[in-house]
Design a protein around this ligand. Structure first.
Ligand SMILES: *Cc1c(COP(=O)(O)O)cnc(C)c1O
Length: 374
């Protein structure tokens, strides 16, 4: 991240200036106008590109602005995008809306259904959109194999790495062309800034993203970039506590009589545990579950639940719980949710960095309440 070149400040200053002085009319300095480029935003993108092992990163205003950027830059008019069927609800909605405007064609496919994925590729693809682990069921997609198959038909391959961050998964090393982040989540980590980024493996791809981000006016603000950078400094330390707390909760939840289904890639019972182990260097702190008692049990579990806030989003220092069907994934049609396996009684957890003992205590109490009504 480098120190401040002017006064050697340990924390670099925020450059809020919208414009920069030209040395003379025919020469621009390193910066001219902050939509195009800004020193604070560049510090964030340098750090993200380094962490993901890319040649460059583009920082934009939200995670969905990063999705917009990639869709606009890499799917031509009348082209085709193949999107994982259980990708983030907002990603699903954005691709659906663009397709409904006849901007391009989109096909939502279960990437773990090899035959369905191959058939979809057979109809052609400009863009293939992976999200692994997926939200909220934590399904894993094989990055290397999916990229190889998509490249064979000439598609650009994108992986949404929001759930794991480059410290737990580096998709570019598995053949992916562009990594996308909602920096709102773990990268910033303090639930106080909305942001997004796209990191490219290839200089031409990076240049195209940079150019389109400026042309579409999507670039991130200086203050948001500063906050995301501040969060990034503690990412490694935060992730270690998130992981510790998640493992502790698993000892309580795995096999508990109130729990009918538990989705976390770190469990040996997860259908893709081996794949997760191979392509990730950690299992993340997101998990979801279904309760034996269905809807009444969900009500009892949530009623009086301490520490966990009932809120959307994830990846912050505070523990959160949500009901995807009515919250994060309400933008999907009921049919699309059913198709993606998101039941009305599913609960998604984002484990924070509070005391593990306290988290265990409140979840234990909630499970007892759920069991009592089952
Ligand atoms: C939150 C999220 C997004 C969208 O990001 P915003 O910053 O909310 O626009 C995209 N993908 C995943 C996996 C997310 O969790």
């Amino acid at each position: 991240m480098g120190a401040d070149p002017a006064y050697r400040a340990v924390v670099p200053p925020i450059y809020l200036s919208t414009n920069y002085v030209f040395p003379d009319p025919s020469t621009a300095g390193p910066y001219d106008y902050s939509r195009s480029s800004n020193p604070t935003r560049d510090q964030l993108t340098d750090a993200l590109a380094t962490l993901e092992g890319g040649v460059g990163a583009t920082a934009v205003g939200t995670g969905l602005a990063a999705v917009t950027l990639i869709a606009e830059a890499f799917v031509p008019g009348g082209g085709r995008a193949i999107v994982q069927h259980d990708s983030y609800g907002g990603t699903w909605r954005l691709f659906s809306y663009l397709a409904s405007q006849d901007r391009f064609e989109v096909e939502f496919v279960d990437f773990n259904d090899e035959a369905a994925f191959s058939e979809a590729l057979g109809r052609g693809a400009d863009l293939v959109w992976i999200e692994t682990p997926s939200n909220p069921l934590l399904r894993i997609t094989d990055l290397a194999r999916t990229s190889e198959k998509a490249h064979a038909v000439g598609a650009v391959v994108v992986a949404d790495n929001t759930f794991l961050t480059p410290l737990l998964q580096r998709p570019l090393e598995h053949g992916v062309d562009i990594v996308v982040h909602s920096t709102t989540k773990f990268i910033n980590g303090h639930s106080d800034v909305v942001g997004g980024a796209a990191i490219a493996a290839d200089p031409q791809v990076h240049e195209r993203l940079r150019m389109w981000a400026n042309a579409l006016g999507l670039t991130a603000g200086a203050f948001d970039s500063y906050l995301a950078l501040r969060g990034l400094r503690t990412l490694d330390a935060r992730l270690r506590v998130h992981a510790e707390n998640t493992s502790a909760l698993m000892t309580l939840l795995d096999g508990h009589p109130a729990v009918s289904k538990l989705h976390w890639p770190g469990l040996r019972s997860h259908p893709q545990h081996k794949l997760a182990k191979r392509q990730q260097s950690g299992f993340g702190s997101l998990f979801s579950l279904e309760l034996v008692g269905g809807a009444p049990a969900v009500g009892a579990f949530l009623d009086g639940l301490q520490i966990f806030h009932l809120a959307e989003s994830l990846g912050g220092v505070e523990s959160l719980i949500c009901v995807p069907a009515t919250m994060t994934h309400a933008g999907m049609t009921p049919e699309a949710r059913a198709e993606a396996g998101i039941s009305d009684g599913l609960l998604r957890f984002s484990v924070g960095v509070e005391s593990a003992d306290d988290l265990m205590t409140v979840v234990d109490e909630a499970l007892a309440r759920a069991l009592a009504v089952s």
